[in-house]
Design a protein around this ligand. Structure first.
Ligand code: SF4
Length: 221
C-alpha cells in the first residue's frame, strides 16, 4: 500500500460512498484493504463499542438543526463543543467527568466546570502544576526553564493529573489547554477515554485553525 495521503485527495469519493476503483486516486487505501475494512466494521458491533459509537453519532446529529438538514440539506450548527461533551456524557450515563487543565487557563477551567455541572455532571478538576515540583526534579535541565533558571518553576505533571483522575474513577476526562507532549503523556496514562475541549495554542488564543488561513502566520508555521 502506498503512503496514506487522504489529506491531499481532491474528490474524497469515500465521503460520497463511491468505491469504484477506476475513480479512486492511485494512493487511495480503499483499493488494498477491503479485508481490513470488513474486519474493522465488525468491531463496531461489540456491545460497548456500539453503545459508544451510536451515542457519538446521535451527539453529532443533534449538533445540527434537524429541519434544515432534512428539508433543505443544509448543515446549520446549533450547539458548541462543550454542550456536545455534556450531552454525550449524559447519553452515556456518565456521571463523573475529569478535567485536566493548564495553570495558564484557570478561568476557562472554572467556567467549563460550572457549565458541565449545570448539565448535572460531577466534575473533578486537576491543575497541571499539581505536586508543586520544580522542573529540574523531573530531569529538565535548568536552562530549559522559561524564566530565571535559578528560580522555582512548577513542572507540568500530566501523569499525576491522570493518576488522580484514575483514582477518582472518572468516566471520561476532558483536556483544557495542556501543552503539546504533556497532553500525550496524560492520554497515555488516563484510564478513562479522553476528549479535548480547549487545545493550547498560545499565539492564536487557543484557535490553531487561524494559523492555517491567515497570511500573517505564513512565515512562522
Ligand atoms: S480514502 Fe480514498 S477517496 Fe477517501 S479521501 Fe482517502 S484517497 Fe480519497
Amino acid at each position: 500500500m502506498d503512503k496514506l495521503k487522504c489529506a491531499f485527495c481532491k474528490p474524497k469519493h469515500c465521503s460520497q460512498g463511491i468505491t469504484d476503483e477506476s475513480l479512486l486516486p492511485s494512493f487511495c487505501p480503499m483499493k488494498d484493504v477491503k479485508g481490513l475494512i470488513q474486519e474493522v466494521t465488525k468491531k463496531y458491533s461489540k456491545e460497548d463499542i456500539q453503545h459508544f459509537y451510536i451515542n457519538s453519532a446521535l451527539t453529532e446529529k443533534e449538533a445540527y438543526d434537524e429541519k434544515a438538514a432534512r428539508e433543505e440539506e443544509k448543515v446549520v450548527p446549533v450547539r458548541p463543543r462543550i454542550r456536545e461533551i455534556a450531552e454525550f456524557a449524559n447519553k452515556m450515563k456518565f456521571k463523573k467527568l475529569g478535567m485536566a487543565f493548564c495553570s495558564g487557563l484557570p478561568d476557562e477551567a472554572s467556567r467549563a466546570s460550572s457549565i458541565l455541572e449545570k448539565h448535572g455532571l460531577e466534575v473533578c478538576s486537576i491543575i497541571c502544576s499539581c505536586g508543586a515540583i520544580d522542573k529540574t526534579k523531573m530531569g529538565v535541565p535548568p536552562e530549559y526553564k522559561i524564566r530565571d533558571p535559578k528560580k522555582f518553576e512548577a513542572a507540568c505533571n500530566p501523569i499525576l493529573q491522570a493518576e488522580l483522575l484514575n483514582k477518582a474513577g472518572t468516566n471520561i476526562n476532558v483536556l483544557i489547554g495542556l501543552c503539546v507532549g504533556h497532553d500525550m503523556l496524560f492520554t497515555m496514562n488516563s484510564e478513562a477515554p479522553v476528549t479535548t475541549l480547549i487545545v493550547k495554542d498560545r499565539l492564536t488564543g487557543h484557535n490553531p485553525v487561524i494559523s492555517l488561513y491567515s497570511r500573517y502566520y505564513r512565515d512562522i508555521v
